[in-house]
Design a protein around this ligand. Structure first.
Ligand SMILES: NC(=O)C1=CN([C@@H]2O[C@H](COP(=O)(O)OP(=O)(O)OC[C@H]3O[C@@H](n4cnc5c(N)ncnc54)[C@H](OP(=O)(O)O)[C@@H]3O)[C@@H](O)[C@H]2O)[C@@H](O)CC1
Ligand SMILES: Nc1ncnc2c1ncn2[C@@H]1O[C@H](COP(=O)(O)OP(=O)(O)O)[C@@H](O)[C@H]1O
Length: 304
């Protein structure tokens, strides 16, 4: 049986720190982002937008190697990112990154060997790594902890979570908390299992649940937004994550990201706290990203 915590605004508030007079753009956290593809440039734009709006000093975007030519006249991921957020610096190596986000909007079947190597190198780096969508299966290959140095958090939805269990070749426990805890232990990663209720499991033990979130979140691209929020929090608090005395910190940041995500969605959908499930109006993923600053403010205030 694992310790089980229901995350609250008071738990999240300490991670929603404001900058000080001594801060500059590099001290506030730099997120390296390697997401998007010829088929899904929008996923890169959504994650980058959400990361900026969560509050980092800089987002550096590294386009994938060997990228296929854009289809249907679509922009490349880098062009889509710059159109959405011209503040972003497009770079080959994102040398200033204090944390990385990879995988959203990518398809492993389309990835060449050089890009796979560039992604796997991040697992032997020192910086916290958020792994989403098309990069999730890399965790199965990098599960030998001796070959992995980066603290890793993964963000599967239920379908991707089941795919990871199939990759392990073991039966998936029926209970979400039990299954997330077991996967966290097997892969030595923090697991953020998305759903109406988000379940977070740390490899050092303990389960945190967040939600139920507003069902208006069940729309394409909101997972890409969540990954950007988590990447930004990881970049901001990278030192806390790598500090061995705070081994559960990545799980707490995952829970904080899920709470910010739902709070932003509620603000966008006009759903007040305690409102009926049927309340509110439709939203799109970009609305969620744009309401993240107000969600940061609301959570920091209600937890203070
Ligand atoms: N604008 C953009 O650029 C966007 C880009 N995006 C990018 O698209 C890529 C593909 O991502 P993906 O999630 O659509 O596809 P995939 O990984 O094949 O999984 C889907 C399969 O899993 C199953 N399934 C079970 N439970 C599920 C659940 N709770 N939620 C969802 N699925 C669930 C379900 O099976 P079913 O239940 O239908 O039997 C289904 O067949 C990825 O890189 C992503 O980042 C998107 O973010 C959208 C916006
Ligand atoms: N019924 C629901 N109620 C509340 N939140 C949901 C529901 N369905 C999905 N979500 C949330 O929406 C997001 C969807 O993420 P994901 O499935 O990765 O979508 P995408 O790949 O299109 O970005 C997750 O954060 C998940 O927790």
């Amino acid at each position: 049986m694992h310790d089980h915590t229901r995350w609250t605004a008071s738990d999240a508030a300490p991670y929603l720190t404001t900058p000080t007079a001594r801060d500059h753009k590099y001290s506030r956290g730099v997120l390296g982002v390697r997401t998007g593809s010829a088929a899904y440039p929008g996923a890169a734009a959504l994650g980058v937008e959400a990361a900026w709006r969560t509050g980092v000093g800089l987002v550096q975007f590294a386009p994938q190697l060997g990228e296929a030519d854009p289809r249907f006249g679509l922009p490349t991921p880098a062009a889509a990112v710059l159109a959405a957020r011209p503040e972003t610096v497009v770079t080959r190596d994102a040398s200033r990154a204090t944390a990385w986000l990879i995988g959203s909007g990518t398809d492993p079947a389309e990835r060449d060997a050089a890009e796979t190597e560039a992604l796997t190198d991040l697992f032997t780096d020192a910086h916290p790594l958020v792994v989403d969508a098309g990069a999730l299966e890399l965790c199965l290959e990098r599960r030998d902890a001796a070959r992995r140095t980066a603290p890793v958090a993964i963000t599967p939805h239920a379908g991707e979570f089941a795919r990871l269990w199939r990759g392990l070749g073991e039966p998936q426990p029926a209970d979400d908390a039990e299954a997330a805890a077991a996967l966290a232990a097997r892969l030595d990663v923090t697991v953020l299992l998305k759903g109406s209720v988000t379940t977070v499991a740390s490899p050092v033990g303990g389960i945190i649940t967040v939600g139920p979130a507003t069902p208006w979140l069940a729309t394409a691209g909101t997972g890409d937004v969540l990954a950007g929020i988590l990447g930004a929090l990881a970049a901001r608090h990278a030192q806390v994550i790598v500090d061995r005395d705070r081994a559960g910190a990545f799980a707490e940041l995952c829970a904080t990201a899920a709470m910010l995500h739902d709070t932003a969605a509620r603000l966008a959908a006009g759903v007040g706290a305690g409102a009926a499930v049927s309340a509110g109006r439709p939203i799109v993923a970009g609305d969620v990203a744009r309401h993240v600053p107000a969600a940061v403010e609301a959570l920091a205030r209600s937890g203070g």
